[in-house]
Design a protein around this ligand. Structure first.
Ligand code: FAD
Length: 317
């Protein structure tokens, strides 16, 4: 599968843009904020709530960070006005983390304050291992300023994740709140698990550890061995969603998160069984760069995408 994925990725730049656009259409709400809004309004009928991502990352000048500040501000206002059950996901590098750390902190503080005013929440997406510690540090810095409506993503594949869970839970106690995923970035062997079974086991261990420490745990995986493990772990601990309508939950609790366009049938089953499900909704004009970059980072994604297109029954919207 990995070789197949690499072949597809290598040929991607040769593919006409309209073909890439057709592929992306399933996974990206559209170019405009209004596309994300209508996608969410449609999916709300399925009982899902949302986290919205404005596409783009790793900017090259601080001016670009202003675009993200303004767009996320507009988005927060629209979500509040329309009463959609949605929060936002941001990439710290889109706010300038790799260019000017101090300014990036102040940008992230500004958007987190705006989210707080709107009764919303900010999830810091986790990017590659260059910024793992910085991303955790930004989140802790916001909490120390009384902005508790922010949390990070941890990646099961990284060796450090277990100790990150310990140290974040020690610092934040009942305010600890994670998204746990396998991690999309292929990291080197000295810092990460690289085999499928090791990554699944490590992700499942991280889920156990988060639940045992009483952290709110957002399980972001489409993989049945992870979802089923999580369901057993929740059952063993007598955990259920008792605040499904709330904007943001703290303390022991959980939700399942899915990417837009991926394994909607599993998400709908979970929702019908009473589990809170959240859909990650990306939108923006940078869908092409986003798509190509994701595919380059992890050619396995290309295999999933092609499989989903050729065998749609394996990945029902
Ligand atoms: P896999 O074994 O990769 O996938 C299981 C099955 O799901 C596949 O066989 C396939 O049928 C289907 N599938 C999975 N992905 C796709 C796809 N793109 N297209 C079509 N079918 C697919 N990673 C980060 O590094 N940082 C983050 O901040 C981050 N945030 C995320 C937020 C959400 C809500 C989700 C769901 C994932 C996020 N990820 C993030 C990505 C994650 O780390 C994985 O790379 C991705 O979810 C694939 O892993 P999986 O657990 O779904 O298992």
């Amino acid at each position: 599968m990995a070789l197949f994925g690499r072949l597809i990725v290598a040929s991607m730049p040769l593919a006409p843009k309209f073909i890439v656009k057709r592929v992306a259409k399933r996974y990206v709400a559209g170019s405009e904020m209004s596309d994300a809004i209508s996608t969410m309004q449609n999916l709300s009928k399925e009982g899902a709530c949302f986290t919205v991502d404005v596409l783009g990352e790793e900017i090259t000048s601080m001016d670009e960070a202003n675009f993200f500040l303004e767009e996320y501000t507009r988005l927060l206002r629209a979500i509040e006005e329309l009463g959609i059950n949605a929060d936002i996901s941001i990439k710290p590098t889109a706010f300038g983390l790799l260019i000017d750390r101090e300014l990036a902190y102040s940008n992230i503080e500004e958007i987190t304050r705006k989210a707080q005013e709107c009764g919303s929440y900010v999830r810091l997406d986790m990017e590659d291992s260059r910024v793992t510690q910085d991303t955790i540090d930004v989140m802790l810095a916001m909490h120390s300023k009384g902005l508790t409506n922010i949390g990070v993503v941890l990646q099961g594949r990284l060796h450090r994740t277990e100790s990150d869970i310990d140290s974040i839970c020690n610092s934040l106690g009942g305010e600890s709140d994670f998204r746990i995923c396998k991690g999309i970035y292929l990291e080197p062997e000295d810092i990460a698990y690289t085999k499928y079974s090791e990554i699944v086991d490590a992700t499942n261990r991280a889920i156990t550890s988060m639940l045992d420490k009483g952290a709110y745990t957002a399980i972001a995986s489409h993989d049945l061995p992870v979802i089923e493990y999580a369901l057993d772990a929740l059952r063993e601990r007598g955990l259920s969603n008792n605040n499904v309508e709330g904007v943001r939950r703290k303390g022991p609790g959980y939700e399942f998160q899915f990417l837009l366009g991926v394994r909607g049938n599993i998400r709908r089953n979970l929702a019908s069984e009473g589990h809170l499900t959240r859909v990650y909704v990306p939108y923006g004009t940078r869908w092409y760069e986003y798509g190509i970059r994701r595919l380059r980072e992890n050619p396995e994604v290309a295999s999933h995408v092609v499989k989903a297109l050729l065998m749609p029954w394996t990945n029902r919207r």
